[in-house]
Design a protein around this ligand. Structure first.
Ligand code: SF4
Ligand SMILES: [Zn+2]
Ligand SMILES: [Zn+2]
Length: 312
C-alpha cells in the first residue's frame, strides 16, 4: 500500500477518505489539515488567542495539545484531578511529563478542592451516575479555570466518534434542546461563560491514536474504571460496526446533521441568570454544580474549602 500523497510506503489506512498515508503525510498533512480547517472554517480562535486545552492524559487531548503547540498557538493545558485513585495519579503524571517535555504550562485543579468530593465519592452516594456528576463538574471547572486565568477559549479533545455518539444519543431520545446546541463551537452566551471549541471534531478516534503513536506521544491507554455502563460507549460500539461495513457513515451522519439538520432545531431561548452562590450562568437561581456540592457534601459529610451556605 502506497501513500496517497507522496507514493512512499503507507503507514496508516484511512478507509473513510479512501486514502492511505506514510507517517509524515498522516501527521503533518492529513491530521493537521483537518484541525486547521476546523479552527478556520468554524472560526474557533485567531492566531493570538490564549487557549486553555482540557487534558486528561488520554490520546485525544494530548494529540490536540501537541497539534496546537506545533501550529504555534499559545496553548496551556488544564488537568482536572478527579480523585479516581491510581488512574488519576497516572493521568496527571503523563500530562505533566508531556508539558515538561515541550516547555508548556499545565494548570492543575482538583475537583475535591473545589467541590468537596472526589468523583468516586460522589458516585457512591448514588445521587447521579458517575459520568453525569463527572461531566457536570468538568464543564463547570473548565469554565471557572479559563475565566480565572483570563483565557479566550477552552479547547477540548472531542473527536469525530465522540460527536457522532452524542448525536446518535440525542436523536434516539429526540433531545431537541441538546440537538439545537450540538456544535463544534459554543459561543459565550453570558459574561461568566468562556467560548468552548472542539478542534478535533473532524478527526476520527483511531486517527488520534495513530497520530500519538507516530508522534511518540505517551498517553494513558487504560480506561477510566468508572466507565462501565456509560451509554456513549455502547453507541460507539454500534457506530463502529456501521463504519466498518460502510466507511464514511460517521462523517456523513455528523456533517449531514450540522449542514442540513441542526437548523430545524432552534435554540430554546432559555434565559441565563447568575448563580447566587458562584456567579456562573444558570437557568435557575443556583447552578447544578453548586446544588451538587451541597447535596453530595451533606451525603458524604464533607465541605469543599470554599464552601459557604448561601447568604452567609
Ligand atoms: S468515564 Fe465517566 S467518570 Fe470516568 S473520566 Fe469519563 S466521564 Fe469521568
Ligand atoms: Zn507520504
Ligand atoms: Zn454555582
Amino acid at each position: 500500500m502506497k501513500c496517497t500523497r507522496c507514493r512512499t510506503r503507507a503507514a496508516v489506512e484511512v478507509p473513510r477518505a479512501n486514502a492511505a498515508f506514510c507517517g509524515d503525510c498522516f501527521t503533518e498533512s492529513y491530521v493537521r489539515n483537518l484541525v486547521t480547517r476546523a479552527i478556520r472554517h468554524d472560526r474557533m480562535f485567531g492566531p493570538d488567542a490564549r487557549v486553555l486545552v482540557a487534558v486528561s492524559g488520554g490520546k485525544d487531548s494530548l494529540a490536540l495539545w501537541d497539534l496546537l503547540l506545533d501550529l504555534g498557538y499559545q496553548a496551556d493545558g488544564l488537568y482536572l484531578g478527579l480523585g479516581i485513585g491510581g488512574y488519576s495519579t497516572r493521568s496527571h503524571v503523563v500530562c505533566q511529563e508531556f508539558a515538561d517535555a515541550r516547555g508548556a504550562k499545565l494548570v492543575t485543579v482538583d475537583v475535591a478542592d473545589r467541590a468537596g468530593f472526589t468523583i468516586p465519592q460522589a458516585a457512591a452516594t448514588k445521587r447521579r451516575p458517575a459520568c453525569a456528576i463527572c461531566g457536570l463538574s468538568k464543564r463547570h471547572l473548565f469554565n471557572a479555570a479559563a475565566k480565572e486565568g483570563g483565557y479566550d477559549v477552552v479547547a477540548t479533545g472531542h473527536n469525530l466518534d465522540d460527536e457522532v455518539a452524542v448525536l446518535l444519543g440525542n436523536v434516539l431520545r429526540w433531545e431537541t434542546g441538546y440537538l439545537a446546541r450540538q456544535s463544534p463551537v459554543l459561543e459565550s452566551t453570558h459574561p461568566s461563560l468562556v467560548k468552548k471549541v472542539k478542534p478535533l471534531y473532524r478527526v476520527a478516534e483511531r486517527e488520534t491514536a495513530a497520530y500519538c503513536v507516530l508522534k511518540g506521544i505517551d498517553y494513558v491507554v487504560e480506561e477510566c474504571p468508572l466507565v462501565e455502563g456509560n451509554t456513549q460507549m455502547k453507541y460507539k460500539g454500534l457506530l463502529d460496526t456501521l463504519e466498518s461495513q460502510s466507511p464514511g457513515t460517521k462523517h456523513n451522519f455528523l456533517f449531514g446533521f450540522l449542514e442540513k439538520g441542526r437548523a430545524h432545531f432552534p435554540p430554546d431561548g432559555v434565559v441565563l441568570n447568575e448563580c447566587v452562590e458562584c456567579g456562573s450562568a444558570t437557568p435557575s437561581d443556583t447552578c447544578a454544580f453548586c446544588r451538587s456540592k451541597t447535596v453530595i457534601g451533606v451525603a458524604i459529610g464533607s465541605r469543599p474549602r470554599d464552601w459557604a451556605p448561601a447568604g452567609s
